[in-house]
Design a protein around this ligand. Structure first.
Ligand code: NDP
Length: 280
């Protein structure tokens, strides 16, 4: 079994970015908006800020109060849409219940939508002609590429069908010529379907969603899930200890897909900068 080391692969991606930024005197700027006090969101935002520092980007954080109104949030996004120092804008999800997430995502200028969450970007991923990569799925594809895992012709099962992970993940695997099955909470015979998979990607958000009896000997297992166990520690969806005995490759949580998501966000921000400044 090979442990897929997302930290090392992500560091290599960020090193390349940092080098390009330094050599050319680029100044990409990322604005991160966080609303409320969700501790998990705070950790993600801090990690994104650290990655910006590492890559030599300019970053701005807007930490807004829990009771921020829709109008205030949209006004901030509109201001950032026009700010020349800012090339990418992301609003950390989930938002407090009284805010309309879809409207907030759509308010971000498509030229600065480095999370690739807006409807137009999601649609472009389906067609396979996109500027900004969907961060988490593209991070998974980078990991597969780094470890020379050939996807073409393989049976891939994606568990989860969210617009930000499951669906774009399935599309990227399809573009890479895998035969893809998408599973969700209404799927029957999940175990049997997974057992037929050469590659399993779990994006459920539940500890123990993938157990050893669901995995074929030699399968590649990618765990996107980020959960907190009873001790408050980060844990993926996959029963790592038992599944690793059967898998050929497996990602840990933490240290697997998570760092790659941020590395792709940095790639997208650099792309946005170059496109906004008309640099080839
Ligand atoms: P969502 O809650 O939006 O989607 C979860 C999906 O899992 C849904 O499609 C749901 O099905 C499906 N599901 C739930 N229960 C089952 C079940 N018993 N069997 C099969 N499918 C099931 O989550 P996200 O896609 O946003 O995120 C998924 C996980 O990935 C979370 O843990 C999240 O924290 C993590 N994540 C990690 C990132 C990273 O960088 N590593 C980035 C983004 C997310 P249905 O549609 O029928 O409800």
């Amino acid at each position: 079994m090979t442990l897929i080391d997302g930290k090392t692969v992500a560091a290599a991606v960020k090193d390349r970015i940092a080098e390009e930024v330094k050599e050319n005197g680029y100044t990409p700027g990322l604005a991160v908006i966080i609303v409320g006090n969700d501790p998990a969101s705070r950790v993600y935002v801090n990690n994104k800020k650290k990655a910006c520092e590492y890559c030599g980007f300019h970053s701005e954080e807007y930490a807004l109060a829990e009771n921020t109104t829709q109008g205030e949030l949209i006004a901030l996004i509109e201001k950032l849409n026009c700010d020349e120092k800012i090339d990418g804008i992301l609003c950390q999800l989930p938002l407090p219940k009284h805010l309309d997430e879809k409207a907030v995502i759509e308010a971000i200028s498509p030229a600065k939508d480095v999370d690739a969450f807006c409807e137009a970007d999601v649609g472009k991923v389906m067609i396979g002609n996109y500027t900004f990569s969907p961060c988490t799925p593209a991070g998974v594809m980078e990991l597969l590429k780094f470890y020379n895992i050939d996807v073409s012709g393989k049976n891939a099962v994606v568990i989860g069908r969210s617009n930000i992970v499951g669906k774009p993940m399935a599309m990227l695997l399809l573009h890479a010529n895998a035969t893809v099955t998408i599973c969700h909470s209404k799927t029957q015979n999940l175990k049997e379907i997974c057992r037929g998979a050469d590659i399993v990607v779990s994006a459920v958000g539940r500890i123990g969603a993938v157990t050893a009896d669901m995995v074929k000997e030699g399968a590649v297992v990618i765990d996107v899930g980020i959960n907190r166990n009873a001790e408050g520690k980060l844990q993926g969806d996959v029963d790592f200890e038992n599944v690793k005995e059967k898998a050929s490759f497996i990602t840990p949580v933490p240290g697997g897909v998570g760092p790659m998501t941020i590395a792709v966000l940095m790639q997208n921000t650099l792309k946005a900068y170059k496109s906004n400044k008309k640099i080839k």
